[in-house]
Design a binder for this molecule. Sequence first.
Ligand code: HEC
Length: 149
Amino acid sequence: MKRTAYTLLFAFLSLLFGASASAQMKPEDAIKFRKAAFNVMGYNFGSIGAMVNAKKPYNKAEAERNANAVGAVAHMPYELFGPGTDKGETRAKPEVWSEPDKFKAAADKMQAEVVKLVAAARGDEAGLKAQFGEVGKACKACHDNYRKE
Ligand code: HEC
C-alpha cells in the first residue's frame, strides 16, 4: 500500500514538474509577446477610435473585425506577466507584481468592457462610440497605475 502511494506521488510530481518546465518561457520572450498582444489591441482599438471620432469613415464590418480582434487578444498580455518579467525592455511598473490582485482586477475590468465592445460593434455607431469610451477608460486606468511613461 505504502509503495503504491509513493509511486503515485512520484508520478504526480514528475507530471507537475514536467508540465511546468515545458510551459516555461524566457522572460524576454514573455515581454515581447505581451507587447505584441498590446499592440494588436492598440491597432484595432485605435481603428475603432478613428471611426467613432470621425477621423475615418464609419464602416460597420471593419469595426466588427477590429472589435473581434481586440476581444481575441484581450486576455493574452496578462498570462505573460510572470516572475522575472519585471526586468528588461519593459515599461511595466513594479506594482504589477506587488499588487497582483489589483492588477488582475484592472485586467478583468477591461476584458469585461471589451466583451461589451464586441457586442456594441454589431449595433449602431452611437452605441459603439459609447462603449469605445468605456473600454478606453479601462485601458487608461491600468496604464495610469501600472505603466511607466
Ligand atoms: C491591467 C492593465 C492594463 C490594461 C487594462 C491595459 N493595458 Fe496596455 N499596457 C499595460 C502594461 C503594464 C504595459 C507595458 C507592457 C510592457 O512594457 O511590458 C502596456 C502596454 C501597452 C502598449 C504598448 C506596447 C509596447 O509595445 O510597448 C499598448 C499599445 C497598450 N498597452 C494598449 C492597450 C489598450 C488599447 C488597452 C485597452 C483596450 C490596454 N492597453 C489595456 C497594462 C494594461
